[in-house]
Design a binder for this molecule. Sequence first.
Ligand code: 6FA
Ligand code: ABL
Length: 541
Amino acid sequence: TAYDYVIVGAGVGGIIAADRLSEAGKKVLLLERGGPSTGETGGHYNAPWAMGTNLTKFDIPGLFESLFSDPDPWYWCQDVTVFAGCLLGGGATLNGGLYWYPTDADFSVENGWPSGWQDHAQYTNAVIARLPSTDHPSTDGQRYLEQTFGVMQQLLEPQGYRQLTINDEPNSKDHVYGHSAFDFIDGKRAGPVATYLQTAKVRPNFTYKDFVYVSSVVRNGSQITGVRTNDTSLGSGGVVSLTPNGRVILSSGSYGTSRILFQSGIGPSDMLALVKNNVEAAVHLPLQSQWINLPVGMNVSDNPSINLVFTHPSVDSYDNWADVWTDPRPADAAQYLKNQSGVFASASPRVNFWRAYAGSDGITRFMQGTVRPGAGSVDTTNPYNASQVFTITAYLSQGVTSRGRLGVNGSLTGMPLVNPWFQDPVDKAVLLEGIKDIVSGISAVPNLTLITPDNHTTIDAYVDTYDPASMDSNHWVGAAKIGTDPTTAVVNTNAKVFGTNNLFVIDASIIPALPMGNPQGMIMSVAEQATAKILALVGGP
Ligand code: 6FA
Ligand code: ABL
């Protein structure tokens, strides 16, 4: 069978593209290397206390933190050294669920977007119509485990912060705080899987295949003629064919899409040389004369993030979420099973806040704070009460100028090659200033204690010696950056890979610079806008 559009990767970008293209009547094949995730999709990875229900690890928001302590975390991509989801829904199936409507500034020319992309409102509104956010995900409308909200109120109000419903005023991101907002519906993880995929699935012109691994596209110079998979039922040698004028869309995430491009002979010569030296991959690599030299993997950014750990007597650390999988608090588990209400209806974050900073280079950068009960690690020489622990993660958000590089090694494992955090000293200076501002208010809040760093460590020393690996925010963007110049960008303003006729990218990798908040909301809006541009582009199926 031949398809008008083959989309590689059923994550945030791929599912939305598949829904909109099939809605337009195109014959669409969506390929995913992983398998089912939520109960509705056929997943059955259930906590012992949720056995016999349709509520998997990927449905129950309160199991989010258990993703990081699971002895068999099969859902992470095993061939990428940082966190990435390799199952239906991609990152949206295992992320924290924080969901921010993008701001106008996120799509500005100053933030790296080419002209023609600024009118994001119609696309963002389309996203909101399909999946509105909620800052009270429990089905009874109540908020649970809210103690950190009161503490943050006492910490932030004296510093001039104003409380708001964050997604009601997306453009207000200076001195604001509010309840965390999520992409959950009916007390369950939702995202694109529970929304866009549902409408796509019922269309006869849409096909979804899971457990299909795509290694490369097949191309004749600039013309893509097929998609190479490990599934011979899809075509001779596993190659899926395209209808005349058919197109391929890569939506395999920052690491996945880059690896497919490399194996298709598209990217920097050092990465293509690694493919050439890899016995299995070399067989399908186009001849060197056909290589397309583009900066794939260059220009990546990710929010530098630093954790501050506190105790406050009012706070319930929720036992640091340690027992939620095997031994949850019985009343909370029962309440959730009954009607998807209570603590388990939310992921761990409870409060988010933002503040603008003027950098010494004249660039405005924003700091985002995410507050949650519990802590990943505590480092103190003082005694502390573990039941009262909570964490503020301070992220440098929009305005980050540092860039790094991602790519593969000789085994084609995806990995950061140059860390993107704090390459520019001004980025570091601004986040440091923001962290100092946060802690400057501690003494005004009775019984609030900073335990990491402890009182023997200065904030400067803490930030200076912070383990770079812990600065990873999992928000990789820019590996196949959008732009107008193939020396600095990988896709053109229609998300088409330079030097090709019919290869496109719709995922986090085309985003040129970090948005204000955690990126899923922005990726969704980007997917809507990119799909509209591709449909409007002449020469397609
Ligand atoms: N973003 C938010 O906005 N809010 C959050 O709370 C948040 N939290 C996290 C988080 O806690 C973790 C641990 C991680 C890893 C990410 C978080 N993010 C958060 C970031 C957000 O999830 C990602 O930015 C977002 O998912 C990226 O969307 P993309 O469309 O770019 O890519 P995905 O990873 O979602 O999907 C790629 C899909 O392609 C996967 O399903 C994968 O299995 C598939 N794939 C990859 N290679 C393939 C291949 N060769 N063949 C076939 N399929 C392939
Ligand atoms: C995000 O956007 C980040 O990518 C995640 O790192 C973050 O979750 C979620 N949102 C929620 O804020 C954190 C967990 O809370 C930690 O327990 C975990 O150690 C960390 O991710 C790993 O990166």
